[in-house]
Ligand binder design. Structure first.
Ligand SMILES: Cc1cc2nc3c(=O)[nH]c(=O)nc-3n(C[C@H](O)[C@H](O)[C@H](O)COP(=O)(O)OP(=O)(O)OC[C@H]3O[C@@H](n4cnc5c(N)ncnc54)[C@H](O)[C@@H]3O)c2cc1C
Ligand code: SF4
Length: 408
C-alpha cells in the first residue's frame, strides 16, 4: 500500500513508445497545442524535435520556455490546455503531450544537462516572497536577466504546493528538488523558515531590494464554520502536507469521510485509499454533470474504490463524527458517521500581517504591479490557479519587474 503512494504512477515512455507517439503528430503549421500552453512551452516544436530524433533539442525548447518543465510534464491538466485543441483529435485522440514532455525532461535529468545560463550580474537586487511555481519561475527568470534574487519562504523547504500538496505518486519530491536545484544554480538564494510579515516585514524588504515580488499563493485550507473546533476534522491541505512530508508513513483510520469535489479532494481520497483506509466516502456539492475535478483525477479515485456521492451539502454535525447532508435539488437527506473527516472545500491566502488587500481572493490591482516597488504573481494574482498558470504569471512578473527597473 505504502509503496503505491511512494511510486510515480504514470509509467515513463520507452524510446520506442515516445517515437510512436511523436509520429502521430501532424506537425501543424499554426499549432493549436503551442498557442494554448499558458507558459509558452511550445509543444509543437519539441514534438517535432523528438520526431527527428533530436531529444537534446527538445529538452532545450522545454527548458528555455518553462523553468518547471519536468513538473508541468507530470501535473499539468493538459486536457484543458495543449491537448484540448490538438488537431489529431479530429482523427482519433490527442497527442499525449504531457507524457512526451516527461520523456524529454527525464532525458535531460538523466544526462544532467545544464541548458540555462544566467547573464552577467546587473547589480540590482530583487526579493521574491514564496517559493511555489510562481515565485520560483519569477526568481529564475530574473536571475537569467542578471538580477541578484533572494526568495523568502516560510516553510522549511521550498516548492509551495509542489512539495507540500501534490501527492508523491503524481509528483515525487525528487523531481521538485531537481527543478529547484536548477533555479538555485542560476544564482537564486532561498532563505527558508522566514515568514514575511513576522520574521521580516514587507516594508523592510521594500527598502532593501529594488523590487519585491509577492507570490504567497493560497497557502491555507478553508474551514466551514459548522466544523470549527471539531477534533475529528482536518483540512485537506494539512492532511496532504503531513503525508507528503512523511513519505506516506501516516496511519489512517478505516472509515473516512471527505467533503469536496475538486482536484484536491481527489488527491485526498486517492491518497487515503493508498494508505489503507477501507471505506472512503466523498460527498460532493456539485452533481456529476457539474464536477470540478479533472476526468483523470476522478477516474483515478474511482479506480481506487472511493464512494463518491454527488449533489449534497453538509447541514449539521453531531457527536461521534456524524455529519448530516441535504441534497441540493431533491428532497433527500444523508447521515454519515466517520472516524476522520477531511474538508477539501478550497484554499485561501494567508495574508496575516501583510498589508495586502484582496478582492474576491485576488490582489486588488490591475496587471501585476501593486504600487511602489511591489509586484505580485501566482494564485493570489488573476488566473487559473494551476501550476502552468503560475509559471506564466511568474514569467510575466519577471518581465514587468525588469521593465520597471530599467531593463528592456
Ligand atoms: C493538493 C493540491 C493539488 C494540486 N494539483 C495540481 C495539479 O495537479 N496541477 C496543477 O496545475 N495545479 C495543481 N494544484 C494547484 C497548484 O499547486 C497551485 O495553483 C500553485 O501551486 C500556485 O502557485 P503559487 O506559486 O501561487 O503558490 P503556492 O504553491 O501556494 O506557493 C506559495 C508559497 O508561498 C509561501 N508563503 C506564503 N506566505 C508566506 C509568507 N508570508 N512569507 C514567506 N513565504 C510565504 C508558502 O509557504 C508557499 O511555499 C494543486 C493544489 C493543491 C493544493
Ligand atoms: S496540435 Fe496536436 S497534431 Fe498539431 S502539432 Fe500540436 S501535438 Fe501535433
Amino acid at each position: 500500500m505504502l509503496k503505491k503512494y511512494q511510486q510515480e504512477h504514470e509509467a515513463r515512455y520507452t524510446p520506442r513508445l515516445v517515437m510512436e507517439e511523436a509520429s502521430r503528430c501532424l506537425l501543424c503549421l499554426d499549432a493549436p497545442c503551442s498557442s494554448s500552453c499558458p507558459a509558452g512551452t511550445d509543444p509543437a516544436k519539441f514534438i517535432r524535435s523528438v520526431r527527428f530524433k533530436n531529444v537534446k533539442g527538445a529538452a532545450e525548447t522545454v527548458r528555455i520556455n518553462n523553468l518547471l518543465g519536468a513538473i508541468c510534464a507530470r501535473v499539468c491538466p493538459t486536457e484543458r490546455y495543449c491537448q484540448a485543441g490538438c488537431s489529431r483529435s479530429g482523427i482519433d485522440k490527442p497527442i499525449e503531450i504531457g507524457r512526451i514532455q516527461r520523456y524529454i525532461t527525464d532525458f535531460e535529468a538523466d544526462l544532467d544537462m545544464d541548458i540555462l545560463e544566467a547573464k552577467e550580474g546587473n547589480g540590482k537586487k530583487v526579493a521574491v516572497i514564496g517559493s511555489g511555481p510562481a515565485g520560483l519561475t519569477a526568481a529564475g527568470e530574473l536571475a537569467l536577466l542578471g538580477y541578484e534574487v533572494t526568495i523568502y519562504e516560510k516553510e522549511a523547504k521550498a516548492g509551495g504546493y509542489l512539495r507540500y500538496g501534490i501527492p508523491e505518486y503524481r509528483l515525487p519530491n525528487e523531481v521538485v528538488d531537481k527543478e529547484i536545484e536548477r533555479i538555485v544554480k542560476l544564482g537564486v538564494d532561498i532563505v527558508l523558515n522566514t515568514k514575511v510579515g513576522e520574521d521580516v516585514t514587507l516594508e523592510e524588504l521594500k527598502k532593501e531590494y529594488a523590487a519585491v515580488v509577492l507570490a504567497v499563493g493560497y497557502s491555507k485550507g478553508k474551514m466551514l464554520p459548522m466544523f470549527e473546533g471539531n477534533r475529528k476534522v482536518v483540512l485537506a491541505v494539512d492532511f496532504l502536507k503531513k503525508v507528503k512530508d512523511r513519505k506516506g508513513n501516516v496511519k489512517v483510520p478505516n472509515n473516512v469521510l471527505v467533503i469536496g469535489g475538486g482536484d484536491v479532494a481527489m488527491d485526498v481520497v486517492t491518497t487515503l485509499k493508498m494508505l489503507g483506509a477501507e471505506q472512503v466516502t466523498d460527498v460532493v456539492y456539485e452533481t456529476f454533470a457539474e464536477f470540478k475535478a479533472s476526468k483523470k483525477e476522478l477516474e483515478g479515485a474511482q479506480k481506487e474504490g472511493v464512494s463518491i456521492i454527488d449533489g449534497y451539502v453538509p447541514v449539521s454535525t453531531a457527536r461521534g463524527g456524524i455529519v448530516k447532508f441535504k441534497h441540493r435539488y431533491i428532497n433527500s437527506e444523508l447521515k454519515i458517521k466517520a472516524d476522520l473527516i477531511v474538508l477539501a472545500v478550497g484554499q485561501v491566502a494567508d495574508l496575516e500581517k501583510l498589508p495586502v488587500e484582496l478582492e474576491k481572493g485576488e490582489v486588488k490591482a490591475s496587471g501585476n504591479h501593486m504600487g511602489a516597488n511591489v509586484f505580485f504573481a501566482g494564485d493570489i494574482g488573476h488566473g487559473e490557479k494551476t501550476v502552468v498558470y503560475g509559471v506564466k504569471l511568474g514569467k510575466e512578473v519577471a518581465k514587468a519587474v525588469d521593465a520597471y527597473l530599467g531593463g528592456k
